[in-house]
Ligand binder design. Structure first.
Ligand code: FAD
Length: 408
């Protein structure tokens, strides 16, 4: 089956319009090395400004309905947008990490879209889909990671507000001192109810009194991470997402999106692996191209195959999410598990091929402008969005092998 997109003349005209927007808003020169964990606040702010401009055109949430502030575009137009933004990233003229994200995070919009009441969707979604609001997904707690249902955060209804207490860790992306517009924060609202039936989800305004933000200094992440504490925070009751005590369903819709169920459209030549292969062909060690070594060739072939599997599954998931081909229940989980198993292998292969060079911080020697070093540091950080073991359990459920029948 061909998962590639084929475009009409009208869609190619649309591409020109997108390219003109990109040229107007991109940096004029390629960026120097930027550590994605330490994005300068100016770059963050430029990224946010571009997101709002995209929102004004309906391109920040191209696949969402216009009535909620989306673009109402079909999958081919969405694919054109994705391809053009991937190209400009390759040219290194676009803000990096979350600041450079060109589409609203499904992690934030999907729970609200799936389980929000019509009133909640009309009130809250336009702020997200227009790029006006930026939020932290605040699920993980010091004693509740994989076992999210063990969360200790509480929200107690008092008149027009819920009083929220608790601490979340490993969350967010923005560089200090920039705080989010809201915290997507699940909390226990009925301590007497069974697990999974006792939680509600909130979009807590990020600047309320009682919220404390503490930056975390991790070895590796995508963007900066934070610990956030709420102490008697008075969250307006109209920031509840979905029904009270049905928050587990809201967070599960979010996690399904986070695991990759929406898919990814990336141009054929954009991946780090393909650029790394080129680097090995064109760079000499001891008078010979690095790629001349048969052991290097073996490793590059394996990386290539895994890279192609990832790309094709990304396209397939996009095709499934946009209704082009029938959906399989475990599709997102399968992709997440594959990527999480592949990531450490990739880091090890980079180390085996390049040795200490791949960790060098000297701009003259820094390989592929820091992407290799970042990948090596990030290779074993497979916790994001759930560990490989969690994905494996979910995949087996998706196949009807384990408890329940849910997939990601
Ligand atoms: C870089 C980074 C970014 C993150 N970003 C966010 C974010 O933006 N928002 C957010 O809410 N969270 C975020 N997280 C948190 C992430 O979701 C958690 O780290 C993850 O869910 C695992 O939880 P934990 O760290 O508490 O590990 P634990 O749950 O304590 O797991 C420890 C180990 O035990 C294994 N394990 C646990 N239970 C089982 C089981 N039943 N069967 C088999 N093995 C099991 C796990 O696989 C893991 O290897 C981030 C984490 C990292 C590292």
């Amino acid at each position: 089956m061909d998962f590639e997109f084929h475009y009409t003349a009208e869609q190619e005209e649309f591409r020109k319009e997108v390219r003109a927007f990109v040229e107007e808003n991109a940096y004029k020169e390629p960026l120097d090395v930027v550590d994605p964990m330490r994005i300068p606040p100016e770059m963050w702010n430029k990224g946010r400004e571009i997101q709002r401009k995209l929102g004004a055109k309906g391109w920040y949430a191209p696949g969402y309905a216009k009535e909620y502030g989306g673009g109402g575009l079909d999958r081919e137009h969405r694919a054109v947008l994705a391809e053009e933004f991937a190209k400009i990233r390759l040219e290194r003229r676009w803000p990096v990490a979350s600041a450079g994200s060109t589409e609203v995070s499904a992690i934030h919009a999907s729970g609200l879209m799936s389980f929000g009441t019509e009133d909640q969707k009309k009130r809250l979604l336009p702020h997200l889909l227009s790029g006006e609001w930026y939020g932290f997904q605040a699920f993980t707690e010091p004693d509740a990671g994989t076992d999210e249902a063990s969360m200790k955060s509480t929200a107690v209804r008092k008149g027009d507000v819920y009083v929220i207490n608790g601490t979340k860790v490993f969350i967010g992306h923005s560089p200090p001192p920039i705080h989010p517009d809201y915290l997507y924060w699940p909390a226990v609202t009925d301590p007497t109810a069974p697990r999974h039936e006792n939680i509600s989800a909130f979009f807590v305004p990020g600047d309320l009194p009682g919220i404390t933000y503490t930056p975390l200094d991790l070895i590796a992440a995508e963007g900066s991470k934070w610990e956030v504490t709420c102490e008697d925070v008075q969250c307006p009751a109209d920031r509840l997402i979905g029904e009270e005590n049905k928050g587990w369903l809201v967070t599960q819709a979010t996690l399904a999106a986070e695991h990759g169920g929406g898919g990814v459209v990336a141009p054929r030549l954009s991946s780090l692996t393909l650029r790394f292969i080129d680097y090995c062909k064109n760079t000499k060690r001891n008078g010979q191209p690095i790629s001349r070594d048969p052991k290097v060739q073996d490793l590059l072939v394996l990386l290539y195959i895994e890279d192609q599997v990832s790309r094709l599954w990304g396209l397939r998931n996009f095709a499934m999410a946009s209704g082009q081909v029938p959906r399989v229940r475990y599709t997102g989980t399968q992709t997440a598990l594959h990527n999480k198993r592949h990531s450490p292998e990739m880091g090890k292969a980079f180390m085996d091929i390049l040795g200490p060079h791949c960790l060098i911080d000297d701009p003259e020697l820094k390989i592929l402008i820091g992407e290799v070093e970042h990948q090596v540091r990030l290779a074993d950080v497979t916790h994001i969005g759930g560990t490989p073991e969690t994905q494996q359990i979910m995949m087996s459920r998706g196949l009807g092998l384990g408890r329940g029948a849910a997939g990601g």
